[in-house]
Write a protein that binds this ligand. Sequence first.
Ligand SMILES: Nc1ncnc2c1ncn2[C@@H]1O[C@H](COP(=O)(O)OP(=O)(O)O)[C@@H](O)[C@H]1O
Ligand SMILES: [Mg+2]
Length: 103
Amino acid sequence: MIITVASFKGGQAKTTTAVHLAAILHEQTPTLLIDGDPNRSATSWNRRKGFPFKVVDEKQGVRLSREFEHIVIDTQPRPTKEDLKDLSETWSQTSNNSKNFVR
Ligand SMILES: Nc1ncnc2c1ncn2[C@@H]1O[C@H](COP(=O)(O)OP(=O)(O)O)[C@@H](O)[C@H]1O
Ligand SMILES: [Mg+2]
């Protein structure tokens, strides 16, 4: 399953939601959190806290995605239409079973 957490505004708990979703899913089966925000909040939270699941950037994420049952993608605020189209195209090629969760 692929879950993308996106919203137009910053500070809306995207990263918090993505981290919690990844934590819950990872309890069941290997889950990858892709930090798609150039601010790299999830990456820096992982450095500080040491999450039990792997956190990688988009480039590594595409490469590693097939090794994981679940993928959660955190995104930057104010995505353009192009950003959302790119995300959708990238991940629909990666999985036939993708779902988008927009918060
Ligand atoms: N349910 C919540 N209750 C209180 N504070 C929260 C909650 N969810 C997130 N926050 C806080 O809100 C701030 C923004 O959350 P964050 O996940 O970084 O948002 P975004 O990724 O959308 O910018 C953070 O300081 C986070 O700790
Ligand atoms: Mg964030």
